[in-house]
Every structure is written in structure tokens, then in C-alpha cells.
Design a protein around this ligand. Structure first.
Ligand code: NCD
Ligand code: ZN
Length: 356
């Protein structure tokens, strides 16, 4: 990384957790990621979900065709695990380079997860086989028992599902996705290997009170829910620590505004357009700009066993904030962009020729 206080050049970042959807939404949202990131782990929770290598290949081709010609972006595909997932198909997908990871959603934990896993012990033998393929298992780490308070579901899952899984299959390389709690951070720190976590920009910025500031704020509603301030601070410390087992997954999850501003609104925050600017702001504010490159560009690739991107990104501080994109239109509807609640004073550009 090259830097002055107003200008840093880093390896081009990757997004290790992204929802792109299909159809018009995919067409509209893709460019915000493909202009900024070299690669992204594409979540499989479509309706219906991406269950097989064939489906992942079709989705990959569909996304690839829509990437603007001037962007250099590679979608990394995942499969949605169910109790019926076929190890032969997964193995084939990995061998052919189509499948980069598999995603475990506890059934009912989040958007389009009803086909997920109801009882993880039923897939232990499948997970043992997956551990031999040397690809990561990505986990939505929340318990789903309705009796458990929604704010406690991550901590509960870690203690009652993830810890036993780690004991049972220590060789399984796991990414605990979008952690939101101090318990999540501590669990990563306490483990010696095969466990890492993604952190979203929004969980570094909002806490649970943000959802109710002078009224209900549906655009801050996501899963896992933002937690108390003490948890947000633990996440910030983890992200800026330089520990290679924490890295960026934006969890940018677009939903049409009429499904979010609704009596039963859906979960997800669309942050792809400003995720990197938000992160530069947070890292600068915490005097940790020197750790930004690790978090957004190096740690994730290393954990996945992939090389860092070969091109670079230049981030520059501007004096006057530019007009920020507030929403994107989708026909007569729109998708609201994450509002961090502060002015964004960083801009970024691809810097193919800015060699270190
Ligand atoms: C995601 C979505 O909308 O697909 N929603 C969210 O609140 N993060 C699903 C997920 O990652 O939980
Ligand atoms: Zn997600």
C-alpha cells in the first residue's frame, strides 16, 4: 500500500458476500459492484435457490454477460446447501472451477432461506466430505428457534451449533458471514485455524438504535440485525486490527423499496454503490487507513486460497463531498442506497497502471 493522508493506493478490493438477484434488479445493481471490486462471492439465495453446479454455471454466465465491457470483474459462485445436497455434484462443480464455496442457511434464518438446513446434524457427513474438497463453508450464523430473542440469535448459534460443528469437523474451513456481535469476534479470535469472518460496512456504522431513530427506519433493517453499540465497537476493532481472519463482505442486498417500506418489510441493505467509501471513512476515523488494504483486498483472497487482484485502486480524499447516489430506479420502483449518516469524503478509481 502506498499512502499519504489524502491518497492511498491499494490492491483492487473483493467483496466476499454479495447478493445480486436476477432480472432487472441484477441488470441495475451489478455495475456498482463490478466497477469497484475485482471479484465477489455471489450468494445463492435466489427464489428458487442455486442448488446445483448446473444452476451455478447458468447464473455465472448470466451475470458475466451483463458485466460492462470496461469492467474487469469475476463472479465467484456458491451453492445453497440443503439436507439433500449431492456431494458428487458439489465435487464436480469445484473440480470444474464453477463452485468456489457452499453456503449454509439455517432454514428460515433470512431472505429466501426456507429451503435451508433444519437440523445441521443431518448434514455432518456431507460437511465432512466438503471439508476434503478444501473449499470454504459459508455460514449464516443465526439460530432460528422463534423462542430465542432476535438480538441473541448469533451468540446462541455460535455456542450451540457452530462450536459443536468445529469440534466435530475441525478440518472444515468456515467463514462465519456478516458477524454482528462481540461474541462473534471473540469466537474468531479464540480459534486457531479454519475459521474466519466477514464484516459488512453497515454493521461498522449503525447500531440497533439506528433502526428506530425518530421512527422506524426500514432501510437499516437487515439480518443479522445490528446490535448494541458495544458490539459495533467490537466489530470496528476487529476490522481495523489487521487480523487476516476478518475481511469485507458487504452483504449488499437490494430489495425494492415497496418491499422494505411495508407492514412486514424485508431484510437487506443495498450498499454496493458506497461500500468502499464508507469503509475508507471508518478506517480513517480510527487512524487505521494502513489496515484498509488488508481488510478489503488481501485477507479474504488469502483465506480462500486465491491470489490478490493484480490491479490497483486509488482512494483520494476530497474537500467537498460529491452528490451521493440516494437510490436507483427500477421501472416505477426504486432501491434505496445505504445512508451512512455522514458525508462521504473519499472517492476511488481503478488504477491499473499505479504500480507499487
Ligand atoms: C439478505 C438478502 O436479502 O438476501 N438479507 C439481509 O438482511 N442480509 C440475506 C442475508 O444475507 O441474510
Ligand atoms: Zn447476505
Amino acid at each position: 500500500m502506498q499512502s499519504s493522508s489524502q491518497n492511498i493506493i491499494i490492491r483492487k478490493p473483493d467483496d466476499w458476500h454479495l447478493h445480486l438477484r436476477t432480472g432487472t434488479i441484477l441488470k441495475k445493481v451489478l455495475k456498482y459492484t463490478s466497477s469497484t471490486f475485482g471479484r465477489a462471492i455471489i450468494m445463492p439465495n435466489l427464489d428458487p435457490p442455486v442448488l446445483t453446479t448446473n444452476q451455478a454455471w447458468t447464473y455465472f454466465q448470466h451475470i458475466s454477460e451483463l458485466v460492462p465491457k470496461t469492467h474487469n470483474f469475476k463472479p465467484l459462485m456458491t451453492l445453497f446447501l440443503t439436507e439433500q445436497s449431492d456431494i458428487l455434484d458439489i465435487r464436480e462443480g469445484v473440480k470444474k472451477g464453477i463452485v468456489t464455496a457452499v453456503k449454509l442457511y439455517p432454514a428460515g434464518s433470512t431472505t429466501n432461506s426456507s429451503n435451508g438446513v433444519r437440523d445441521i446434524s443431518r448434514i455432518y457427513s456431507l460437511l465432512e466430505k466438503i471439508s476434503l474438497l478444501n473449499i470454504p463453508l459459508l455460514i449464516h450464523g443465526e439460530a432460528t428457534d422463534p423462542k430465542i430473542d432476535v438480538f441473541d440469535r448469533e451468540a446462541f448459534f455460535i455456542e450451540n451449533t457452530l462450536a459443536p460443528l468445529r469440534k466435530k469437523i475441525p478440518e472444515l474451513r468456515i467463514v462465519l458471514e456478516h458477524i454482528t456481535t462481540k461474541e462473534g469476534v471473540d469466537f474468531i479470535l479464540e480459534s486457531d485455524r479454519n475459521l474466519a469472518a466477514t464484516i459488512t460496512p453497515h454493521h461498522l456504522i449503525i447500531n440497533r438504535s439506528s433502526m428506530f431513530l425518530n421512527g422506524i427506519r426500514p432501510h437499516y433493517y437487515c439480518l443479522p440485525l445490528a446490535k448494541r453499540e458495544v458490539h459495533r465497537l467490537a466489530l470496528v476493532n476487529a476490522a481495523i486490527s489487521g487480523n487476516p481472519r476478518f475481511f469485507l463482505g458487504t452483504d449488499s442486498a437490494p430489495h425494492l423499496d415497496n418491499f422494505k417500506e411495508n407492514a412486514c418489510g424485508c431484510a437487506g441493505i443495498f450498499s454496493a454503490p458506497n461500500a468502499l467509501k464508507c469503509l475508507a471513512h471508518i478506517f480513517e476515523k480510527n487512524a487505521a487507513l494502513d489496515k484498509l488494504e488488508g481488510f478489503v483486498s488481501l485477507n479474504g483472497a488469502k483465506y480462500y486460497g486465491l491470489p490478490a487482484n493484480s490491479s490497483y485502486t486509488r482512494l483520494s480524499k476530497v474537500i467537498k463531498p460529491e452528490e451521493e447516489l440516494k437510490s436507483i430506479s427500477i421501472g416505477k420502483n426504486k432501491i434505496t442506497v445505504f445512508d451512512p449518516g455522514f458525508s462521504l469524503l473519499w472517492k476511488h478509481e481503478n488504477a491499473l497502471d499505479f504500480k507499487k
